[in-house]
Design a protein around this ligand. Structure first.
Ligand code: SAM
Ligand code: SF4
Length: 478
């Protein structure tokens, strides 16, 4: 059974939600956007103080261009201070698009009869995984529609298939999940497969809008979804990802919904979400939403910067939904993970296709994507701009969970662990998958970064490990 309504039906009057719309509106309507106030808030964040709901609302309501520039600059400094130049890379792998829900923004919704419905069998899944391994990927997120066929056991089994797939020096070392909410037993079954992050987006924290855009199926139950990651935590999955789909309702309201969700998880489970996602609605087959809430580019950039300042030790994910120019811009303000070489057609990777927006067939895909660069093109650009592309999975494999928290709070953590590990995984990529020019540029970057790290703990050992990678050893980390 994928779900049992009796297990969670709580009479409405007893349903106390951690999202209180009055509190959110009160914070927005009473925002103080005086220069000195906004500057104090930015400074507090730079001093590693987590922002309150009201402080976040004050930043969200700021419209003075000079102060907006200061917010962006604050986020840039914070990102540099906390995360350094690392950008973690991953790829989405769509496993199945059957769906019993009817989300009006999604191409996979049940009422879209034109959509080609495909569920990869295990052989096809292995082929897709091989194609991604051969690009150089080490981290995937598996994506599923919501359907009785995609039971917890099915998800468990698909994760196992991905982990068991190897080719030459390549393997997938971390499998994250984006799928429907389960009950606690279901989450336990999935946890047993050894997943990384379980990601569920609330889509909108505004209940009336939620009801409007989720017209049928399990997903129409706002609270079942809102409490999903609590059940995941109860099942022992302490690595969870939250998100909102921007463009369904007022972006400032959604941003505060995300902050409240972080607060809730921190308060109850003493660990916040590992990641926050903030996808913007893209075109999809029969997209049927109120276009008044679409988020403009300049608002989106502000949103990313303000989230960075508000929740400094949460990873921030930006996907190929956004075009390259926007991705490049917001990378500076706080994004820590991006996808590369993305193809969201079911079975698309093994067909050898790189997605090209113009030729995307929306009867086969969930929505339009706008960054069609290959993984290696993205690697080149990151290296060119001085970022360290990373495929690191060390913390997860050493059970160092909550690593963003440690990066932020443990002095020297980034220098000692994150930067060396990022360089080691970059070297693996350069040895196994990169064309000659990328390899040359990549090693120049590695040398420069090793010099910058010199004198810090682990540098000697880092140089030795880099040499071992050149000699054929793999999977070395601190
Ligand atoms: N079916 C599961 C669910 O709904 O939670 C898995 C996730 S769905 C395949 C992945 C995410 O894509 C959704 O949570 C939603 O936020 C996002 N999405 C759906 N339609 C979209 C669109 N038109 N543009 C951008 N993102 C979209
Ligand atoms: Fe189904 Fe998820 Fe699409 Fe909604 S967003 S229709 S649940 S695949």
């Amino acid at each position: 059974m994928i779900y049992n309504p009796e297990k969670y039906s709580i009479p409405d009057e007893r349903m106390v939600s951690f999202i209180d719309p009055d509190e959110i509106w009160h914070a927005l309507n009473n925002a103080n956007t005086d220069k000195s106030r906004v500057r104090d808030i930015i400074q507090a964040s730079l001093n590693k103080k987590r922002l309150s709901l009201q402080e976040t609302a004050d930043l969200l309501m700021t419209t003075d261009p000079e102060l907006i520039e200061e917010i962006l600059e604050g986020a840039r400094q914070l990102k540099e201070k906390v995360y350094g130049e690392r950008i973690v890379l991953f790829a989405p792998l769509y496993v199945g698009d059957l769906c019993t829900n009817n989300c009006l923004y999604c191409g996979f919704r049940a009422s879209n009869k034109e959509i080609k419905r495909v569920t990869l069998d295990f052989g096809e899944l292995e082929k897709e995984t091989l194609a991604l391994i051969d690009q150089g990927h080490k981290r995937l997120i598996l994506v599923y529609g919501e359907h009785p066929k995609y039971s917890a056991q099915f998800i468990h089994d698909t994760v196992k298939v991905v982990y068991a797939t190897k080719h030459q020096n390549g393997e997938i070392r971390r499998v994250n999940i984006n799928a429907a909410p389960f009950d606690i037993e279901g989450f336990r079954v999935i946890k047993d497969a050894g997943i990384g992050t379980y990601q569920i987006f609330q889509e909108t924290y505004h209940q009336p809008t939620y009801a409007k855009v989720h017209t049928r199926g399990m997903k129409s139950d706002y609270h079942w979804r809102l409490t999903a990651l609590d059940r995941a935590q109860e099942a022992g999955i302490d690595d969870v990802g939250i998100g909102a789909l921007f463009g369904l309702y007022d972006w400032r309201f959604e941003a505060l919904g995300l902050v409240r969700h972080v607060n809730h998880l921190e308060a109850v489970y003493h660990v916040g979400p590992h990641t926050i996602s903030f996808p913007r609605v893209q075109n999809a087959m029969n997209l049927d939403i109120d276009k008044n809430y679409l988020v403009k580019d300049d608002e989106f950039v502000r949103l990313v910067a303000i989230l960075r300042l508000a929740v400094p030790y949460t990873g921030m994910i930006l996907t190929a939904r956004e075009p390259a120019e926007i991705r490049d811009k917001v990378l500076r303000f706080g994004v820590s993970q991006i996808d590369g070489g993305t193809n969201i057609e079911l079975g698309g990777y093994s067909k050898g296709k790189t997605a090209v927006a113009a030729s995307q067939d929306l009867s086969k895909e969930q929505f339009q994507i706008n960054d069609t660069r290959s993984l290696n093109e993205i690697m080149n650009e990151l290296i060119d701009k001085g970022y360290i592309p990373s495929f690191c999975t060390a913390c997860y494999r050493l059970d160092r969970t909550g690593e963003h928290f440690m990066e932020f709070t443990v002095p020297g953590f980034i220098k000692r662990f994150c930067s060396p590990n990022a360089l080691l995984t970059l070297a693996e990529y350069l040895e196994d998958y990169a064309p000659m020019q990328t390899k040359e540029q990549g090693y120049i970057l590695i040398e420069q970064k090793v010099n910058e790290l010199s004198g810090s703990q682990n540098t000697v050992s880092l140089v030795e490990k880099l040499q071992q990678i050149k000699e054929g050893k793999r999977d070395l980390y601190f």
